[in-house]
Design a protein around this ligand. Structure first.
Ligand SMILES: Nc1nc2c(c(=O)[nH]1)N[C@H]1C(S)=C(S)[C@@H](COP(=O)(O)OP(=O)(O)OC[C@H]3O[C@@H](n4cnc5c(=O)[nH]c(N)nc54)[C@H](O)[C@@H]3O)O[C@H]1N2
Ligand SMILES: Nc1nc2c(c(=O)[nH]1)N[C@H]1C(S)=C(S)[C@@H](COP(=O)(O)OP(=O)(O)OC[C@H]3O[C@@H](n4cnc5c(=O)[nH]c(N)nc54)[C@H](O)[C@@H]3O)O[C@H]1N2
Ligand SMILES: [Mo]
Length: 700
């Protein structure tokens, strides 16, 4: 008899992309007969994802099933950074961490322990659960600044709340401006909706960036400016609107504050004035301004690129002022969106232990990890040194600014570090204990999107390889050993999610799980602020109250008192000078996500080695050619890169697109060796795209 075994078919299951990206895609994940994930696709029935995801997540199996994944705990056996580790048991690893935390606390108090995390996963339980341990133990609190603060503070200063027009409305616009975002690389779904508008309505797409990105390649109106000069461009456009009778006076009377002062102030902010600052010819500014002023359905998708300079919050506020002056907000397909994160307002008692948070415990600035670990008194708020850390979901040895200082901090012999990771990252190499972590298809979590108004559930779909454990499991296991009390430590992720949904008024988990994702889009009037903006007076504020923003603290985060209230070019950027004649932008790479995906061969091959885009005429003047190795130096350090010639740059501007692992660079120093950790006013953050540098050809 011929008995044939029928192989179990490939199944497809719903999920949510966990990565740090405004798109937070609804996914369909294939699971093979071997119980491992296969192809990943975008959900077609999610109106934002619309069946489209980026290439690096489509090939997620390469990352999840990677032979170099961490699969068991490790103890360091050689010097820090040597990469010498030996396998240990989970009990030994957890006992070692708990003991190190007890020793730190006994010597210096609980604030000597600093749990440190970021958004490697955006799942609310796995990302933020570490805070429950922090608060229950009164460890130093974590003030997250590295990504959104300059952008969000600028938007909030104007609009009063982090909400905006529905991004899907881009498809109904007649002029879509993608301002300071390389959406083709960083949030591909924006392009889906913008390009629909062009196909279906003949809409024009304008792109404001500092180099000819793949996004700008697709633009009808490319607006190539110098880094840190967005406010100058926005001011000149508003100048033209007022000058030519294109400002919407009736709308301004009803919805804005400080309009008269703004108009007077802008009288001298002409296109010629802005041309000298931005490098953009005045005629191009005039033409774009006329289009904005005569197109009711003008939609502005404002990205983070506007804000990663020392004047970034001021630039964001200025750009956000533009659709107000034009009155674009009143129209479907008009207005602006940066992030809709203001929508969610979760009850975080269980996830983060908000109910046991002690505001008297110091908060340490994520971006100043270098200064903190090297004992800078002011960065430590005058408190004890940090002598023990647990790090989850982040790779500060590659992504944090002022890298030489970060490196010196992690090298300290008296610092204990445990890193919970998927791979042996630059940070994991500096750790005393390394723990293997689950990936998103291996645990349950709840997600919210920043670039569109959905919440999503991502269920556990497959078993993790080896001994990987989730962030939640590690935090709970440590809490048990450290005697940290909170009911969240005794609950499963599903129980925590269920409670969080219900306590926030969003029903139960079983309902969300059945729906897979839920659209929380506010109605048109609210999304367009037709009943008023987020401030108490319901008006958009052209005069920003920088010192009055939440978390703004005099002297802590840059020269807040010097910030211009009205939209203006704030000249605090690192202008080029004789010693450092170039301005360097460290933009995101298409095939990496920050330092994630650097471990997958396909992404690494597509990106090639660490590189620097240089204008051919600048290169000629420097006597360098394509393929030459150069030394790039800022006041903070020196990095080696390979030159690629590229004419889509303003003269004097250079771009390096990737955060490569340090060891991939000749010289062992990564790109953030060049960037600075001096806080961006008014609530901190790093000016990653604002660096003056010197470039020298290296022999060989
Ligand atoms: N493929 C990929 N996707 C990503 C990421 C990644 O690294 N790779 N990172 C993720 C994360 S954490 C985030 S926060 C988002 C960020 O995504 P975006 O909102 O796109 O913001 P940025 O990464 O700051 O950079 C966007 C663009 O800003 C430009 N830029 C730099 N300086 C200026 C300036 O002064 N003015 C203007 N107008 N433009 C400027 C850069 O050249 C770049 O093209 O993307 C996420 N998605
Ligand atoms: N030069 C330069 N530097 C930058 C930027 C820039 O534009 N230029 N962008 C900045 C921005 S916007 C950001 S947001 C930061 C981001 O910086 P990071 O938050 O450090 O982002 P990643 O480099 O992606 O590192 C995330 C890590 O989390 C791990 N991880 C993912 N999921 C899990 C999990 O479930 N559990 C555990 N334990 N680990 C997990 C991944 O393996 C990865 O190593 O970088 C900043 N640095
Ligand atoms: Mo980010």
């Amino acid at each position: 008899m011929n008995s044939r075994v029928v192989p179990p078919a490939v199944r497809t299951r719903p999920s949510a992309c966990p990565h740090d990206c405004p798109s937070t895609c609804a996914l369909e994940v294939e699971i093979g007969p071997d119980g491992r994930i296969g192809r990943v696709r975008g959900a077609r029935d999610n109106s934002y994802t619309a069946g489209v995801i980026c290439a690096k997540v489509a090939r997620y199996a390469e990352r999840a099933n990677h032979s170099e994944r961490l699969t068991h705990p490790l103890r360091r056996t050689g010097p820090k950074g040597s990469g010498a580790f030996a396998r240990i048991s989970w009990d030994e690893a957890l006992d070692t961490i708990a003991e190190a935390f007890r020793v730190a606390e006994a010597a210096h108090g609980a604030e000597a322990v600093w749990p440190y995390y970021y958004a490697g996963t955006m799942g609310l339980v796995m990302r933020d659960g570490i805070n429950r341990l922090t608060h229950a133990k009164k460890y130093s609190r974590f003030f997250s600044t590295i990504c959104v603060n300059p952008a969000w503070s600028g938007y909030l200063a104007g609009a009063g709340i982090l909400l905006g027009a529905d991004p899907r409305e881009m498809a109904k616009s007649d002029l879509v401006t993608l301002w300071g975002t390389n959406a083709v690389s960083t949030q591909v779904n924006v392009m889906t909706h913008a390009i629909r508008a062009r196909k279906e309505r003949g809409a024009k797409i304008a792109v404001v960036d500092v180099y000819r990105t793949p996004t700008m390649e697709q633009a009808d109106i490319p607006l190539l400016i110098r880094p840190g000069t967005d406010a100058a461009l926005a001011c000149a456009v508003m100048h033209v609107l007022f000058r030519d009778g294109l400002a919407d006076r009736a709308y301004l009377d009803a919805y804005a504050r400080d309009t008269a002062a703004l108009e007077v102030h802008l009288a001298t902010r002409s296109p010629d004035w802005a041309a000298a600052i931005t490098g953009l010819p005045a005629a191009e500014i005039e033409a774009y301004a006329r289009l904005v002023g005569t197109t009711p359905r003008a939609f502005f998708r404002i990205g983070y690129g506007v804000s990663r300079t020392r004047n970034g919050a001021v630039n964001m506020h200025a750009v956000a002022s533009l659709p107000v002056v034009a009155g674009s907000w009143q129209h479907e397909g008009g207005g602006a969106v940066h992030s809709v994160s203001g929508l969610y307002r979760w009850r975080k008692d269980l996830i983060e232990g908000h109910d046991v948070r002690d505001p008297a415990v110091r908060e340490l600035d994520q971006s100043r990890i270098g200064a903190i670990l090297t004992g800078d008194r002011e960065a430590l708020s005058g408190g004890p040194p940090v002598t023990a850390m647990l790090i989850q979901n982040t790779n500060p040895m590659a992504v944090a600014p002022d890298q030489e200082t970060v490196r010196a901090g992690f090298a300290r012999a008296d610092l204990f570090v445990a890193v919970h990771e998927h791979f042996m990252t630059d940070t994991a190499r500096m750790a005393d204990i390394v723990l293997p972590a689950t990936m998103f298809t291996e645990h349950d979590d709840l997600y919210q999107a920043g670039g569109h108004p959905h919440i999503l559930f991502g269920p556990k779909l497959v078993e993790p390889p080896g001994e990987c454990r989730s962030n939640h499991d590690v935090v709970c296991a440590l809490a048990g050993r450290l005697g940290a009390a909170h009911r969240g430590f005794a609950m499963s992720p599903r129980e925590i999610i269920d409670w969080t949904l219900e306590a926030t008024g969003r029903g139960r988990l079983d309902a969300l799980e059945a729906e897979r994702f839920r659209d929380l889009a506010p109605d048109f009037r609210r999304a367009h602020f037709l009943d008023g903006f987020g401030h108490a007076d319901k008006r958009f504020h052209f005069a920003a109250d920088w010192a009055g923003l939440p978390y703004s603290a005099p002297g802590k985060f840059g020269p807040v008192a010097d910030m211009p209230a009205l939209p203006d070019h704030w000249a605090v950027i690192e202008e080029a000078n004789a010693a450092y004649p170039f301005r360097l932008v460290t933009a995101p790479a298409r095939n990496f996500l920050n330092s994630t995906f650097t471990e997958t061969a396909t992404s690494a091959d597509k990106e090639g080695g660490p590189s620097l885009l240089v204008h051919p005429e600048d290169a000629a003047q420097l006597g360098i050619a394509a393929g030459d190795k150069v030394s790039v130096t800022s006041a903070r350090g020196r990095v080696e890169l390979v030159v690629r010639l590229f004419d889509g740059l303003r003269r004097g501007v250079v771009v390096s697109e990737q955060i490569q692992p340090n060891r991939v660079h000749d010289g062992g120093r990564g790109i953030n060796t060049l960037t600075g950790a001096d806080p961006v006013a008014p609530v901190g953050g790093a000016a990653f795209h604002d660096n003056r540098v010197r470039i020298e050809r290296l022999p060989g």
